[in-house]
Write a protein that binds this ligand. Structure first.
Ligand SMILES: O=C(O)CCC(=O)C(=O)O
Length: 286
């Protein structure tokens, strides 16, 4: 049976552990349809002279330029679950495809999401990670450190590692024993949730299939951007009576010129937070 909303027990588990998985969001067949739609876009738009490489648009803020990303981020089934964590008013701050090609070295160093986003979120942000292909230990699923969200933001160091999928290769400066990691294995169509302070990362894809995660950062309207001068979000449920974010509408067409301009405007604004204190400003968005 598919997950409809979060039970009280699941809510308690999320707040105790800093994550929750696996949640049966959609059938594997439906996940395959989303994947096929993405892969058609990847093929059709590879060499058409977009201002940035297509990987950049997939990797961050895909909901600004890709209607399918905005649609999945606003899917009522996902929002019914997220509402159990954030309450009735929900914005999408970012939507990202984390893709690891078969037999490649790409990895994600262990980190806390809120370290460089400039958001004062603490409990007001949750990430939903939807598997569009199997996420297994072999394919480089995420690892979470149990209850690590009870820490404040810990010191991180920039590694700028070649194969690191993060903007600055940020890594939390604490030793994490292998036995402290929980492997978040998901079948296609399943979803996990994690807190913005949960320490997590992921290893390389040693499987023969692509590992495709669609990752949405949901926030409450009360969250504020403390580093960038302005920030943007898409209201997907309820109301925003606070106005801390400039609202975006979901795009109607793929990579339309107006949305490409908006994407650039957001990239510039968010770069102030994402790259604060970094020596390397070129790698923003991979
Ligand atoms: O997809 C991955 O391997 C890592 C994703 C991640 O770091 C995140 O969703 O916060």
């Amino acid at each position: 049976m598919l997950q409809s909303d979060l039970s009280k027990t699941q809510q308690t588990q999320y707040w105790d552990d800093g994550y929750l998985f696996p949640l049966d969001l959609m059938s594997p067949a439906e996940a395959a349809e989303w994947r096929a739609e993405l892969e058609t876009i990847e093929k059709d738009w590879l060499d058409v002279g977009l201002p940035l490489p297509i990987n950049s648009y997939k990797r961050v803020n895909s909901h600004v330029v890709m209607p399918m990303a905005a649609r999945l981020a606003a899917d009522p089934r996902v929002l019914d679950i997220v509402e159990g964590v954030l309450g009735p008013n929900i914005l999408v701050w970012s939507a990202e495809f984390f893709i690891k090609e078969p037999q490649t070295k790409s990895f994600v160093s262990m980190h806390q999401d809120l370290t460089y986003w400039g958001l004062d979120a603490v409990d007001g942000l949750v990430t939903a990670w939807i598997a569009l292909s199997p996420a297994t230990t072999a394919s480089g699923c995420m690892d979470f450190v149990h209850a690590s969200h009870k820490n404040p933001i810990l010191p991180h160091a920039d590694t700028h590692g070649e194969d690191n999928l993060l903007s600055r290769g940020q890594e939390v400066v604490v030793d994490i024993a292998p036995e402290d990691k929980t492997a978040i294995e998901l079948q296609a169509g399943q979803m996990s949730l994690h807190h913005g302070l949960t320490i997590h990362g992921s290893g390389p894809n040693q499987s023969d299939d692509r590992r495709i995660g669609f990752v949405i950062r949901y926030i409450k309207p009360e969250i504020a951007q403390e580093v960038a001068d302005k920030d943007y979000a898409m209201l997907v449920r309820g109301v925003d009576r606070i106005g801390n974010f400039i609202h975006l509408a979901p795009p109607k067409d793929l990579f339309a010129p107006a949305t490409l301009d908006l994407y650039e405007e957001i990239r510039k604004a968010q770069a102030a937070a994402l790259m604060k204190g970094s020596k390397d400003t070129k790698r923003l968005y991979g």
